[in-house]
Design a protein around this ligand. Structure first.
Ligand code: PEP
Ligand code: MN
Length: 341
């Protein structure tokens, strides 16, 4: 249920509602809008209705949340967009987040060269995986802690916040120490224990859509993070499995307007993994921006032909500035600006 407070409701009145909701074993999530505060009461709907909160001081009205994804639902923000603040950069609303960097951290030169180029081109954040979900157990699995150390060095040098994948709960402390944004990969979208722990970590989370997940399943997965009191969640379309074999995955750009209609959370597109080849990445990046996405997460490498993984799809750093310029044109047309510190 959604308890909508009156304009000017006091902190005591809000605290009183929260207390009543928690007394019956439900959880209360406060969302402060520009004018109004809304309290999402999650749990037994009947019990919340029985509280008769309509008459409580400061309460305007009580209304059911019609969607199964309660906290992610746009209703709970009264139609507004969430704007996250990560390392001094804004994500959501009129901000476009340009997250870029190599698929994986390979060595110091590769990571720092790529990071410098991405920073020079004016990216919002730096990506790089230290733990990689590989189809084959015999493929490179990532540098692990050494990779995290190099990411931390890259952040110190460039000032860019770091997006990096948490693959396994056993690595959460190490990842949390370095990540500004925890990436949950497509293969882990429904690893609910991992989602809850990422939620508890308090770090921002980029949740990628599973290879065969519906939009509703993605939204329900985000709920596992949000219910831990973590509001800094971004959703990411990265391509889904279809019958089509002409490319790696089918980039479902309609997920952008479909998600944005349903949720206040920022929606990011990964234009790299679906094409699987770099000559199609630019057009998918621009199309993502035109579709209304709140950002992209794109693979950029200083020497892509030598990359250990996803070599064919990584954009060379030498071409990244031009791509950024084109993105700037598209985002300005749709009323967004690339987010920088
Ligand atoms: C990645 O971002 O490098 C990655 C492995 O992504 P996904 O989980 O979408 O396959
Ligand atoms: Mn990759």
């Amino acid at each position: 249920m959604m308890i909508v407070m009156k304009e000017g409701a006091t902190e005591e009145e809000i605290a009183h509602v929260v207390e009543r909701v928690e007394e019956i074993g439900c959880s209360a999530h406060i969302s402060e809008g520009e004018l109004l505060t809304v309290i999402g009461a999650i749990g037994d709907r009947g019990k919340v209705a029985d509280l008769g909160l309509e008459g409580a001081p400061g309460v305007d009205h009580v209304t059911p949340i019609s969607k199964p994804y309660k906290l992610a639902s746009r209703e709970t923000k009264q139609g507004a967009d969430s704007v996250l603040e990560i390392g001094g950069r804004k994500v959501g609303g009129t901000n476009f987040a340009l997250m870029a960097g190599p698929c994986t951290v390979e060595n110091r030169d590769q990571m720092l060269d790529s990071a410098d180029a991405v920073a020079d081109a004016g990216a919002t954040m730096l990506r790089g995986g230290a733990y990689k979900p590989r189809t084959s157990p015999y493929s490179f699995q990532g540098l692990g802690r050494e990779g995290l150390r190099l990411l931390s060095e890259a952040r110190e040098r460039t000032g860019l916040p770091i997006v990096t994948e948490l693959l396994d709960l056993r690595d959460i402390d190490d990842v949390v120490e370095v990540a500004d944004v925890i990436q949950i990969g497509a293969r882990n979208m429904q690893n609910y224990a991992l989602l809850s722990e990422a939620g508890k970590s308090g770090k921002a989370v980029l949740l990628k859509r599973g290879l065969s997940a519906s939009i509703e399943e993605l939204l329900m997965a985000s709920e596992y993070i949000l219910k831990e009191g973590n509001e800094n969640v971004m959703l990411c379309e990265r391509g889904i499995r279809t019958y089509e074999t002409a490319y790696r995955f089918t980039l479902d750009l309609l997920a952008v307007p479909a998600l944005k209609e349903q949720t206040h959370l920022p929606v990011i597109v990964d234009p790299s993994h679906a094409p699987g080849r770099r000559d199609w990445v630019e057009s998918m990046s621009l199309a993502a921006a035109a579709s209304g996405a709140d950002g992209i997460i794109i693979e950029v490498h200083n020497e892509p032909e030598k990359a250990i993984c996803d070599a064919a799809q990584q954009v060379p750093t030498s071409e990244f500035q031009e791509l950024t310029n084109k993105l700037e044109t598209i985002t300005s047309v749709i009323g967004k600006t690339i987010s920088r510190a």
